[in-house]
Design a protein around this ligand. Structure first.
Ligand SMILES: [Zn+2]
Length: 83
């Protein structure tokens, strides 16, 4: 078992609204590079409706959401420009 990488934790939050706390462990076969395998990602389910979040985790998620928003804004701007 290894710690779930930060990228995989952020992806699960961004795409599935599932928060995975730091230091959560997972089997190696469910990960490829810094991400979950497609199959493991599809099977991901929340195990609880609440969780403690450290200040660092809140900061990490906010930074990620900001970047996510910038990406979406850029995509929309591109669509407008190419119209
Ligand atoms: Zn696993």
């Amino acid at each position: 078992m290894i710690d779930v990488p930060a990228d995989a934790r952020l992806m699960s939050f961004g795409y599935k609204k599932i928060f995975i706390p730091q230091r959560t462990r997972c089997c190696k076969i469910h990960l490829s590079a810094n991400d979950f395998t497609e199959e493991a990602f599809g099977l991901l389910q929340p195990s609880s409706n609440c969780s403690d979040m450290s200040g660092l985790e809140v900061e990490e998620l906010l930074t990620y959401m900001q970047e996510f928003r910038h990406q979406v804004c850029r995509k929309i701007q591109n669509l407008i420009d190419n119209h």
